[in-house]
Design a protein around this ligand. Structure first.
Ligand SMILES: O=c1ccn([C@H]2C[C@H](O)[C@@H](COP(=O)(O)O)O2)c(=O)[nH]1
Length: 503
């Protein structure tokens, strides 16, 4: 039987390097359980392919396309085992596609799509004909499994049924590709600031989408990437800000589950990836969160409050953590946290990453306050994303987000520049510029010249961190002042007002 079964060869049109291939007729979908942990319990002739499914909105359609191209697959086993699977809902959605079917609708990117009849939102490309999808549903026997052991039992029992004819010839349908237009910009080191995680996220997505470089991902696709992106979130409220309507890729119920993955220890489970909570609380035999709290209670000025997640002994393996280093600092009674990610999916993962870290920051601050009787307030959360990227399958969503939110967010900015403000006046024979501190308005520097160009060059040299819009505003104001000065008293200049003709 084995000899005959090995005639089948699975050919993946999509994500070919992310799959484990066998010669049988059962496709195994492992969700968030590491696929190699399932493979090691099976013989290659027992399965057709083993792959992971993370996203019902973006992964499902590619999975279906691969199944259509491999009609010898007559069984599907879906391993829906972990907390992450429950949270993501991808496995549930796949099962519902087979159990409940689909209807025509509109996707989150505004495209007409097939929408799975499920409580979990999932899409399949409309280019695939309805009848073909129904044929697929009827031609594959689907089983849900709750453990690796259960997968093995089911897969082996399917393999014993002998050869079943393919249900069709291989089927392939056109796939739409979006190629982004990219503006020039710096390559390394980027700073983005916002009050909330939601606002900062929109700015991050805009920056990467407009100036990021397109590169191969290592996962059979492309991403748009900026290197070393620092995001500073200044005022995320304690109960988190979710916009109305919620344009974030997560909601409150997801967040609740996710926060526990960062805050709490979790026992090791076969095939299940580490969680950050585990790495912080127990992996190195030390509770690093406690350690940081104790250090700051002992010495509030310490710059040694560090947590490390990278394990040099094992992190050359398949699943090294993306979050690697967390640093907590107290200055002016304000507790800030800086977290470094070696690699960060800024569209799908960053909002949850940031909210989880914010929850950790709050726990650390509360504990320090309680144990040291000091009064601290929450400072900013800073994330440093070394590879800050957006995967190609999110580009359309990212463009839509920018279209619907970015201008609105930029319009709601305030004009306070931490680099200070400038008062411009035109004296007898020169333009005078006073540089003042923000808030208190102390004069810290004074410039004078007849030439706007000379002034802006000097100011730009002295204050290179001026906000872009502020700098452009100063250029325009200085030019107006120069026009008034050279008008031989015909025009008068008042900052922020149109030039006036002297009567
Ligand atoms: O907390 C996390 C965990 C994972 N990722 C993303 C970053 C990468 O896109 C991918 C991991 O890929 P590797 O670098 O481990 O191959 O998952 C995050 O953004 N945040």
């Amino acid at each position: 039987m084995t000899a005959i079964a090995s005639q089948f060869q699975y050919t993946a049109l999509h994500k070919p390097n992310q799959l484990i291939y066998g010669q049988g007729q059962t496709a195994i979908i492992t969700g968030w359980t590491v696929k190699a942990n399932v493979q090691k319990h099976l013989q290659a002739q027992d399965y057709a392919v083993i792959g992971q499914l993370y996203s019902p909105t973006r992964g499902l359609s590619l999975l279906i396309r691969n199944l259509l191209f491999n009609p010898h697959v007559r069984f599907l086993v879906v391993l829906n085992a972990t907390k992450e699977d429950k949270n993501a809902g991808a496995c549930q959605c796949l099962l519902d596609f087979f159990r409940n079917g689909f209807v025509e609708g509109v996707s989150d990117t505004g495209r007409r799509s097939w929408v799975v009849c499920s409580s979990i939102v999932g899409y399949i490309d409309l280019e695939i004909p309805e009848t073909i999808l129904h044929n697929l549903r009827q031609s594959i026997e689907v089983t849900e499994a709750r453990s690796i052991a259960e997968v093995c039992t089911v897969v082996k029992s399917f393999a014993q049924r002998g050869i079943i004819q393919p249900w069709s010839l291989p089927l392939e349908y056109p796939l739409k590709e979006v190629i982004p237009k990219i503006l020039p910009g710096p390559r390394y080191g980027h700073r983005i600031e916002g009050k909330t995680i939601a606002e900062t996220w929109v700015k991050i997505i805009h920056r990467i989408k407009t100036t990021g470089t397109i590169r191969p991902t290592g996962y059979d696709g492309k991403w748009q990437e900026l290197i070393d992106l620092t995001a500073v979130v200044t005022d995320e409220p304690p109960d988190f800000f979710f916009p109305e309507p919620n344009y974030l890729p997560i909601d409150r119920s997801f967040l609740q589950e996710y926060i526990s993955q960062i805050l709490d220890d979790a026992p090791h489970q076969e095939g299940v990836k580490y969680t950050y909570g585990q790495r912080l609380r127990s992996h190195f035999g030390i509770d690093q969160v406690e350690q940081v709290i104790n250090r700051l209670v002992r010495d509030i000025d310490s710059a040694r409050a560090v947590m490390s997640l990278w394990d040099v002994r094992i992190d050359t393996n398949e699943n090294p953590p993306c979050l690697n280093h967390i640093w907590v600092r107290v200055v002016n009674q304000e507790l800030s946290m800086t977290a470094t990610f070696r690699s960060n999916d800024m569209f799908s993962a960053w909002p949850a990453n940031a909210m989880g870290l914010r929850a950790l920051q709050a726990v650390i601050m509360d504990e320090i306050c309680q144990r040291s009787y000091s009064k601290l307030k929450m400072g900013p959360l800073i994330t440093i994303s070394q590879s800050a990227h957006i995967y190609d399958d999110c580009w359309e969503n990212a463009d839509n987000l920018i279209k619907s939110q970015y201008t609105k967010i930029c319009g709601a900015r305030d004009y306070a520049d931490p680099a200070g403000s400038f008062v411009i006046t035109v004296q007898e024979d020169k333009i005078l510029v006073e540089h003042m501190t923000p808030g208190s308005g102390e004069v810290v520097n004074c410039y004078s010249s007849k030439s706007a160009t000379q002034l802006y060059r000097q100011i730009a040299t002295d204050c290179p961190s001026l906000q872009v819009e502020h700098a452009m505003y100063l250029g325009a104001e200085l030019q107006k002042a120069e026009i008034a000065l050279s008008s031989q008293q015909k025009l008068t200049y008042h900052q922020d007002q149109p030039l006036k003709i002297k009567l």
